[in-house]
Structures are given as structure tokens and as C-alpha cells.
Ligand binder design. Structure first.
Ligand code: UDP
Ligand code: MG
Length: 315
């Protein structure tokens, strides 16, 4: 087939998974009769032997390249580094831990050749994932949808194919704080979903703990809409209206009925609830101010220490 395919794989401490993944990739691509391709492995500041493994793979497979980031930037940024470097007519991104089935690639390519610019994947809810992960993931897509106005399908993963046109648009996107699956969905184009069964992680542990998931969730929502701020306005208005009604009630009791409402407990609860609301909304505004600050600095999203692709260009 006469097109070039890029496969981008961000990896953080995946020394045991990468050799298996790359071998599988080479195998599947050969079977699908794809001659022209590049595999771009991105080392996201791993602390194990991942980089050394990448070098070995690079020596062994001419089409396998690697990019070394200057430190750990996080999954989204490592992925962006790889996407920015990819030169294929179609660019596939996938995880290094073999959770994204390599066998699905010919399917993705078929949809692309049928005229879709973005072929994204949705993982079927799997009993193999922990209950906690499944619940938090489902909850997350609900909240994201409600607050961002973007109907990101539940179970979207960063396993997808993009056409050159779509990849170029993403590459030129100026934002620094990234939530790629939302951004790609937001871009539009002709999109097509493919459902797959995720495999359990091959080796090692997930790098997304609760803290990172919450961070990704907040970044996702704040990057796409100011709806939460508007919600704060409504909550404020409703609370103020309730306050006015309550004051009317208190005055009526005092002036007409002649009784004074006593109660330390009621005053305390109102102070605590309102105080909590105020702090919450301040934090919310803070999130947006912080985001503006991060974007305003215009620092790069990632820093490349070494790239075997740059070497290729020179020679
Ligand atoms: N990853 C990365 N940088 C990080 C954390 C993760 O490049 O700081 C990579 C990781 O090597 C894997 C992908 O991102 O290829 C998804 O990570 P993981 O499997 O830990 O997440 P999960 O599948 O549990 O959501
Ligand atoms: Mg994984």
C-alpha cells in the first residue's frame, strides 16, 4: 500500500512492555502489507531501563525511532511530542502497555481509507479493569460532558488514528495545557468510532493514580468551557435569594409574631455552608486564573533531549 503510517507510543517505565509491543507492531504491519511506516517511541523521563530498551529497538528495527524527553512531562505531553514528530499520512497513537490491541490497527486504517479523518476507539467496559477504575472513568466522562458541553463518548482512550490533515491541525494548536482526547474530539472532521476490548496491562502498574486522574479531569473541564464559573453565578444568586426570603421570615417572626428565633447551631451551619461555597468558588476561579497563567507564559509543553528522527533528517 502506498502511504506512510506513523505509530506514536508514549512510554514511562515500560522496559518490559516495549520489546513485546514493537515486535507485535512490526508483525501486524507486515501482515497488513504496510511497507512504509515509522514507529516513534517517546521516553517520558523514565527511571528504569526504558531508554536503553528503545535504543536497542532502534538499532534492531530501522523503522523504529525514539524521542527522549528531558524529564517526565506526563502522558499527554509525551504523546504530543510524538505526534509533532510524526510524518506519516496517517498517525496512530497508542499506549505502551499492550492495553490497546495492535490487531485493531488494520481496522483503523480501513476506516481512514474509507474517508474518515479521525478514527477513535472506545473501550468496551471490561471486568478485567478494577471496579474503582471503571466507576471513576464512567463518572469522569459524565462530569466532563455536563461541564464542557463536549459529548466525549465514555471510554474514549488515546488510541486513535488521525489523517495528516487532522494531525497538522493538532500540531498547530497553540495551547500548552493538554487534554488531547477532548481536543481531538473538539476538532471535528469526519470522525468514526471503533469499539475494542482492552487487554489487562501486560507488565508493570498503571501510572494514573487518583491524584493524576483528578488532575486530568480538572484540566479537561477547565480547558473546554467556563460553564463551572457560570454555575457558580447561579449558585450565588440562588443562595442570595434564599437569604432574602429567610430574612423576611425572621423579621416577620420578630415584628408580627413577636418571637425571637434563637439558635447558635443554625447560624453556625449557615456560616459553614456559605463559607465552604465561597472557598469552592474561589478555588474554581483560581483554576481558571492558573490556567491563564500557564498559557500566558508560553513555555513549551515538553522539551526534547534527543531524537533519533532529527538524526535521520540530517543524514
Ligand atoms: N505514560 C507516560 N508518561 C507518564 C505516565 C504514563 O508517557 O507520566 C504512558 C505510559 O507509559 C502508557 C500510557 O502513558 O504508555 C498510559 O499510561 P498507563 O497505562 O499508566 O495509564 P492507564 O492505561 O492505566 O490509564
Ligand atoms: Mg495502561
Amino acid at each position: 500500500m502506498d502511504f506512510k503510517l506513523s505509530v506514536v507510543v508514549p512510554a514511562y517505565n515500560e522496559q518490559e512492555n516495549l520489546p513485546v509491543l514493537v515486535e507485535k507492531l512490526v508483525d501486524v504491519l507486515r501482515q497488513a502489507d504496510i511497507q512504509s511506516y515509522e514507529i516513534i517511541l517517546v521516553d517520558d523521563g523514565s527511571t528504569d531501563e526504558t531508554l536503553a530498551v528503545m535504543k536497542v529497538l532502534h538499532d534492531r528495527f530501522a523503522a523504529c525511532h525514539y524521542i527522549e524527553l528531558s524529564r517526565n512531562f506526563g502522558h499527554q505531553y509525551a504523546l504530543k511530542a510524538g505526534l509533532d514528530a510524526a510524518t506519516g499520512d496517517a498517525v496512530i497513537s497508542m499506549d505502551a502497555d499492550l492495553q490497546h490491541p495492535v490487531e485493531l490497527i488494520p481496522d483503523l486504517i480501513r476506516h481512514w481509507q474509507a474517508g474518515h479523518d479521525i478514527v477513535y476507539t472506545i473501550r468496551r467496559d471490561s471486568k478485567k479493569e478494577t471496579l474503582f477504575k471503571r466507576l471513576t472513568s464512567r463518572l469522569y466522562y459524565k462530569i466532563f460532558g455536563a461541564f464542557s458541553g463536549l459529548n466525549l463518548p465514555a471510554g474514549s482512550a488515546d488510541f486513535r488514528l488521525m489523517s495528516r490533515a487532522a494531525a497538522d491541525v493538532l500540531k498547530q494548536m497553540p495551547e500548552r495545557v493538554l487534554f488531547l482526547r477532548g481536543l481531538v474530539f473538539w476538532m471535528g472532521f469526519k470522525q468514526q468510532a471503533v469499539v475494542y476490548d482492552p487487554a489487562p496491562r501486560f507488565k508493570g502498574q498503571s501510572h494514573y493514580n487518583l491524584k493524576r486522574m483528578v488532575q486530568l479531569a480538572i484540566a479537561g473541564v477547565t480547558a473546554f468551557s467556563v460553564k463551572p464559573l457560570r454555575l457558580a453565578v447561579y449558585v450565588g444568586l440562588i443562595t442570595a435569594a434564599l437569604g432574602v426570603l429567610f430574612t423576611g421570615y425572621v423579621l416577620y417572626m420578630r415584628l408580627v409574631a413577636g418571637t425571637v428565633i434563637s439558635g447558635w447551631a443554625s447560624v453556625m451551619s449557615v456560616i459553614l455552608i456559605l463559607g465552604g461555597c465561597q472557598l469552592f468558588v474561589m478555588g474554581l476561579i483560581g483554576e481558571y486564573v492558573g490556567l491563564t497563567f500557564m498559557e500566558a507564559k508560553k513555555r513549551p509543553s515538553y522539551i526534547v533531549r534527543y531524537s533519533s528522527l532529527a538524526q535521520r533528517k540530517k543524514s
